[in-house]
Design a protein around this ligand. Structure first.
Ligand SMILES: Cc1ncc(COP(=O)(O)O)c(C=O)c1O
Length: 382
């Protein structure tokens, strides 16, 4: 362990736990609901409504409750799908979903920037994985064509808003290819839930595609300021997961009051149009101000704005300088992103003001005074 930790230090790959301080730019609380007094009150009421604060077992044993069943029906209505099944985390949802839907002999086409939870689910399944360059529809089409004659099911897996890059997957193109080649499409909306689409219902809902996908994953730990995730899809999918998803079956259910928190957070998110508009506005200003100073923000079009820096050392140095200046910013390094594209990632929330954005840009400019800028085209959809 010590040798491996030393080697992480040598490669500027060492990670440690810190408590964020200052303007928080590494938070997924996109709508600012985590500290919203209305949500806190809803939690208090949910706790006082339930007869027990522990779930007492797996959902298939003693852990099922009316609260979770109602939360799933309400969320399916929000997501625009026939059914939804709740998992204790987004990680568990993706691992459980892909781990049981795919099997050895199947082929899964995965975007190169997909989240580790999707990657781990695919690995666990034993399916053959084809990693597609980020958002490259031409590559995907060639790969699907190449594997068209093979046995086994085909599946395309993508995030909708990519956490590493802040760009949006070409869902319409992915769905067109999925239909043409008889593949299923699974979309992880973790960073879009509550933020994108009509009333925050996600990118798939923006296109009204949600019922054409095999599964849409909405997480509750980010804009919904709660925890867990819903896998949304048809009722057969839900029944299949209840019978086959190991992270659902072999895990204690979350406490029933959390179902109340999630329902209240979803209702608040639905009505948060002004927060969504503010988030879009400050994100666009941030990108514009950074671009005007020669920074490369990759392909970001959303509330997640990377600033490409290249090496791990540089990303760490800039992040720590910004932290010293009162901005909680994290360096994102390989393996989360491809080697050579280490960056700082700015995750905006609706609580951040225009003034704070201006202060942040000035601080980034100062921290990078002697840093050569990376031309934009070199990392966009590399
Ligand atoms: C795209 C994506 N999917 C899934 C997850 C996992 O969700 P959770 O944090 O609820 O485990 C994350 C978390 O960061 C994520 O970014």
């Amino acid at each position: 362990m010590a040798r491996e930790l030393d080697s992480l230090h040598e490669q500027s790959q060492f990670r440690s736990l810190t408590i964020p301080a200052g303007v928080n730019l590494c938070s997924n609380d996109y709508l600012g609901l985590a500290a919203d007094p209305r949500l806190k009150q809803a939690v208090i009421e949910a706790v006082s409504r339930v007869s027990a604060v522990g779930s007492t077992g797996s959902r298939l044993l003693s852990g099922n409750s009316a609260e979770w069943e109602q939360a799933e029906s309400a969320f399916a209505e929000f997501a625009g799908t026939e059914a939804a099944l709740y998992f204790g985390s987004g990680y568990a949802a993706n691992v459980g979903l892909l781990g049981c839907l795919l099997k050895r002999g199947d082929i899964v086409f995965s975007d190169s920037l997909n989240h580790a939870s999707l990657v781990d689910g695919m690995r666990l399944s034993g399916a053959t994985k084809v990693v597609c360059p980020h958002c490259d529809l031409q590559f995907l089409e060639r790969a699907l064509r190449e594997h068209a004659g093979t046995n086994g099911s085909k599946m395309i897996v993508t995030e909708s808003v990519f956490s590493a890059e802040g760009d949006v997957a070409p869902i319409d193109g992915l769905l067109r290819l999925a239909k043409e080649f008889g593949a299923a499409l699974v979309v992880d909306e973790a960073h879009a839930t509550g933020v994108c689409g009509p009333h925050g219902r996600g990118i798939a809902a923006e296109h009204n595609f949600q019922r054409e996908l095999l599964a849409v994953v909405h997480t509750c730990g980010k804009a919904l300021a709660s925890s867990g995730a819903f896998v949304c899809g048809g009722s057969t999918l839900k029944t299949y997961l209840v019978n086959r998803a190991r992270t659902f079956i072999f895990s204690t259910a979350m406490p029933p009051y959390l179902a109340g928190q999630i329902r209240a957070a979803t209702a608040l998110a639905r009505e948060s149009n002004s927060q969504r508009a503010h988030l879009q506005e400050i994100s666009a200003s941030l990108r514009e101000m950074l671009a005007a100073r020669g920074f490369n923000c990759g392909a970001s079009t959303t509330h997640i704005v990377p600033v490409m820096l290249g090496t791990n050392e540089l990303a760490l140095k800039v992040a720590s300088e910004l932290q010293r200046n009162g901005f909680a910013v994290k360096a994102i390094r390989p393996p989360t992103v491809p080697v050579g594209t280490a960056r700082i990632r700015l995750s905006l929330t609706s609580r951040i003001t225009h003034q704070e954005i201006c202060g942040l840009v000035a601080a980034i400019d100062e921290a990078c005074a002697s840093v050569p800028r990376i031309p934009s085209a070199s990392t966009v959809h590399a």
